[in-house]
Design a protein around this ligand. Sequence first.
Ligand code: ADP
Ligand code: MG
Length: 479
Amino acid sequence: MNGKWEVVIGLEVHTQLATNSKIFSGASTAYGAAPNTQACLVDLGYPGVLPVLNAEVVRMAVKFGLAVNAKVASRSIFARKNYFYPDLPKGYQISQYELPIVGHGELFILDDNGNEKRIGITRAHLEEDAGKSVHEGFGEHSGIDLNRAGTPLLEIVSEPDMRSAREAVAYMRKIHTIVRYLEVSDGNMQEGSFRCDANVSVRPRGQKELGTRAELKNLNSFRFVEKAINFEIDRQIALIEDGGEVVQETRLYDSDKDETRPMRSKEEANDYRYFPDPDLLPVEIDDSFIEAVRKTLPELPDAKQQRFTNQYGLKTADAEILTASRAVSDYFEQVAEATTAGPQVAANWVIGDLSALLNKEGIEIKSSKIGAGALAGLLDRIADTTISGKIAKDVFESMWTGEGSADEIIAAKGLTQITDTSALESVVDAVIAANPEQVAEFRAGKGKLLGFFVGQVMKETGGKANPGQVNRIIKQKLG
Ligand code: ADP
Ligand code: MG
């Protein structure tokens, strides 16, 4: 990238809290219902109805605050953010402005050089989501679906601490991992439960003041975040180098064209005429509530990653992959505890063969067709040399398609590894006798042919010969 310019990025992540009912009404938050079947009078903005705060969203916001080492406000207030849009029948969104529920916090990512980097969290506040305009199927009109109106959101605002699109994605992934660990959000990006606005600016390297930023709205995949930011960086640098100026505005990313386009000029906070919502009491949180929530915190991803490297001796990269989701880390631990093959072998199989199959079939690890105990049973047979690693892959596929346990499949298909030295020796002898030319070349110094001989023995034995022993016997006989 252009060495003269420094990139500055701050993210506003919107995560939908996983409550059953909405933030200020009893209507369901379940996804995918027929339009307007889950919007009650409060969500529809009827006059005279009153919002009632859902206690569960407070608990979830506090849980998040504690997980990112933030100060939880003993008193926070809801404010009205006034604007007109068809999907917002009240004419204002209930949000938090001056006193958010979560204050300064932090989390850690790996920067572009692979070093740990702290990203500051400015605040996290509660707010309600708006409805959604539907443009298809209504001729020249648009429809409004208010099922989503009033869905609880936690908006998490970062400091402008990221210095590349890659760092921004690492930060967003970290938030995503944390909210799922905490079970405060399902993080489902296809359903819009997790999305972000990216604020992007550039400045000459060494300059202290921030450059003018553009805000890229509503990015709902990690790939789009990265692409939109990179497009925007190039656009801003080219603009400035051409003698132009970046204007502060809101832009939309078009993934089909891979470009950002202006949406509206940036509104200032005072355009919204924020004021405390007179219909809602301040949220008062005491220490005993905070301590009670703290007791419900699970082991967090960074701590778990550290433990995986210490306790199981895993490589950092592997520990990071395995702890990206709680379900994956639980599965791994069950395999590692149950097998005699050792934790690194368990890690290799979970990250490699198992993940590949899950991805291919679009299945979550919770619904894996091979349970942790069953996989451990397979790895045990590699560890005790009943089968080779290569045969194990075939057994694994058979287990996946429901042919039985590792032991049953090994027995039924006669896959037990041949480790009997005299049996292996006679196969090697036969291979040597059948390939005099290769034997001569090997003896003349063409060491690469070792693989050829091993391959021939494997072919003769249907892959069942113990590869280590075969190697040794061939070298011995030809050496
Ligand atoms: P607003 O309320 O208008 O969206 P904020 O001041 O709350 O603006 O900032 C929103 C986000 O923009 C924050 O994540 C912040 O870190 C980031 N941000 C602010 N100024 C800049 C800048 N010049 N360049 C990049 N990001 C910025
Ligand atoms: Mg904003």
